[in-house]
Design a protein around this ligand. Structure first.
Ligand SMILES: Cc1cc2nc3c(=O)[nH]c(=O)nc-3n(C[C@H](O)[C@H](O)[C@H](O)COP(=O)(O)OP(=O)(O)OC[C@H]3O[C@@H](n4cnc5c(N)ncnc54)[C@H](O)[C@@H]3O)c2cc1C
Ligand SMILES: NC(=O)c1ccc[n+]([C@@H]2O[C@H](COP(=O)([O-])OP(=O)(O)OC[C@H]3O[C@@H](n4cnc5c(N)ncnc54)[C@H](OP(=O)(O)O)[C@@H]3O)[C@@H](O)[C@H]2O)c1
Length: 248
């Protein structure tokens, strides 16, 4: 399907840490989409139109959120980083992508595992009814370098308070060691048993659906580790447990 472009206006800009930010856009032209899907964000420079895909970090609505990291020497993100409230950009639609809960396997437990901006689709999903209807328990694992990168932490902690029996937030930092946060890469924390212990949930094929999003090396390593536990990629004709979104 060919892309259509609509003008959007920046109505919010939240900086979580230097170079790590959420843009809220007033983007009235974007048709309905599913949480977990992505849109294109674009900027025009004369004839030159630069655009990239971004997961929407909010469900469909009058305003849309995007959780973005400034990639050093990247073509678009330095320009997105410079945008301020009132600035205009373009949104390419319709949304696309199969990283949605409607395509994820049914199971008792849902594990949402993301590094860096890879939690963006989970923010959107957790703001809908869908995960709460489809799964009994949900674990959200967010692996980042340092504590300042734990974006959306307040929102996830609030979910944990409001759903104490059903939702657990498992933040992890690999380059510092703040209190209440697991220390290490998410892969190491899976291997050591710390993730399952903190979640009081077992990551086994009989009862889990696992979504993975973020650093491509993490995706590969995590999928390999999960395969060694008997989990496999979920495909239309060969059902499994793992669904992956690859950003780069
Ligand atoms: C389906 C999908 C959803 C995405 N959603 C998001 C999102 O929600 N938030 C977000 O920040 N990005 C997201 N991305 C990545 C985004 O599309 C761009 O690739 C990224 O913002 C870099 O754009 P750029 O023009 O600045 O860099 P470019 O000039 O395109 O490329 C620089 C190089 O940086 C690398 N790179 C790309 N992204 C990253 C990254 N996050 N960290 C480190 N290296 C990277 C790649 O190797 C790339 O070749 C998504 C990508 C896909 C495919
Ligand atoms: N505040 C920010 O986050 C920020 C701000 C400005 C610019 N940037 C730039 O944005 C880019 C992305 O940085 P990022 O910090 O968002 O994401 P990232 O480099 O992908 O790191 C996020 C987490 O993924 C972990 N990871 C990396 N490879 C892994 C693997 N194979 N298995 C398991 N875990 C793995 C990292 O661990 P390790 O620590 O061990 O690598 C870290 O805990 C970088 O170029 C960075 O310089 C980031």
């Amino acid at each position: 399907m060919s892309l259509k472009w609509s003008e959007a206006i920046v109505v919010g800009r939240r900086v979580w840490d230097e170079g790590l930010f959420t843009l809220t856009l007033d983007a009235p032209g974007v048709p309905q989409f599913e949480a977990g899907q992505f849109l294109q964000l674009g900027l025009r420079d004369g004839e030159h139109h630069v655009h990239r895909p971004y997961s929407v970090a909010s469900p469909h609505g009058p305003t849309l959120e995007f959780f973005i990291v400034l990639v050093p020497n990247g073509e678009l993100t330095p320009r997105l980083w410079r945008l301020r409230v009132g600035d205009r950009l373009e949104v390419g639609h319709p949304a696309a992508g199969r990283f949605t809960l409607s395509r994820a396997p049914a199971a008792k437990d849902l594990w949402l595992i993301g590094t860096g901006t890879g939690v963006a689709p989970y923010v959107a999903m957790l703001r809908t009814e869908e995960p709460w209807k489809k799964y009994e328990r949900i674990a959200l694992v967010h692996g980042v370098r340092t504590r300042g990168d734990l974006a959306y932490r307040d929102e996830f902690e609030e979910l944990q308070r409001s759903h104490p029996e059903r939702f657990v937030y498992l933040p992890a930092t690999s380059r510092d060691d703040p209190p209440g946060v697991s220390a290490g890469r998410v892969t190491a924390l899976l291997s050591s048993g710390e993730l399952e212990e903190r979640a009081a949930m077992r990551l086994v094929p009989e009862q889990c659906a696992v979504l993975l999003c973020g650093n491509p090396a993490m995706l590969d390593d995590m999928e390999r580790d999960l395969e060694s536990r008997g989990l496999k990629r979920h495909r239309t004709h060969t059902p499994g447990q793992i669904v992956v979104e690859r950003y780069w």
